[in-house]
Design a protein around this ligand. Sequence first.
Ligand code: 3PG
Length: 306
Amino acid sequence: MAKVLIATEKPFAKAAVDGIKKIFTEAGFETVLLEKYTDPNDLIKAVADVDALIIRSDKATHAVIEAAKNLKIIVRAGAGYDNIDIAAATEKGICAMNTPGQNSNAVAELALGLMVFMSRGQFKGISGTELKGKKLGIQAYGAVGKCVAKITKGFGMELWAYDPYACQGDIVKDGLICAQSVENLYSSCDYISVNIPANEKTKKSINFELMSKMPKGAIVVNTARKEVIDEESLKKMFAERPDFKYASDIAPDCHADLLQYNERYYATPKKQGAETSEANINAGLAAANQIVGFLKNGDRTFQVNK
Ligand code: 3PG
């Protein structure tokens, strides 16, 4: 009987856990749950005899992968898989997957919420600005970027997108202006929604040179990863541009230095882009079905380490 571990330092909603267990029971698999753990060694111990692993932002490090002697598949229930040591998984012949698109609406709704929150002075009773008529630049036109575009249309914003990997035709077909470069996006837009993954190419790629191109009153909303922002540049932007605002779903390492900027800076206390029961159910059940498909039929759809 295959054994599957759900390891979530930040647990799924109960309905998602129940749904995942039901899928595995019907498939004849055993489910083991490790929730709210604080010591990475707990994960190292728990993976010892499992065949499959479901994680969220939990770190599937080299040590975890080494300790998992029977592991055949890891599914990151979510989009970004920068928390999996892909090289280690590939070396051990372990299939790594994500569940693209399953939690993107939740993340996009948060991005929109943060845009309104920052435009209205964090609801502290001061006069703010509206989204209507402003230009929004969506940085990366993947599942989250597309959801942001869809929702924002109702706000009457002029929508731009830049994505070196997305077909320009898709961006234009959806009624957006296709920026010719990331510089073109930042220099043209009042708001930027950061939706890029964190990888070797994108880490620290949002720097002073780029952000300082934004027009007066610029607002950057990052619901992607803190690592894609160059933090020295962020500090410089706050110091040199009194009009600049930044909101992030997870605090940058320089959080304490930015608190002095009051309503120009905001970070969620805990990453919460995908913290909705709907997103948990969508991503959790997708992960479970992908594991069943892989272990029973060898289905490798959504494998990210091909
Ligand atoms: C993702 O990459 O899917 C999001 O950042 C959500 O991450 P979480 O499942 O840890 O909330």
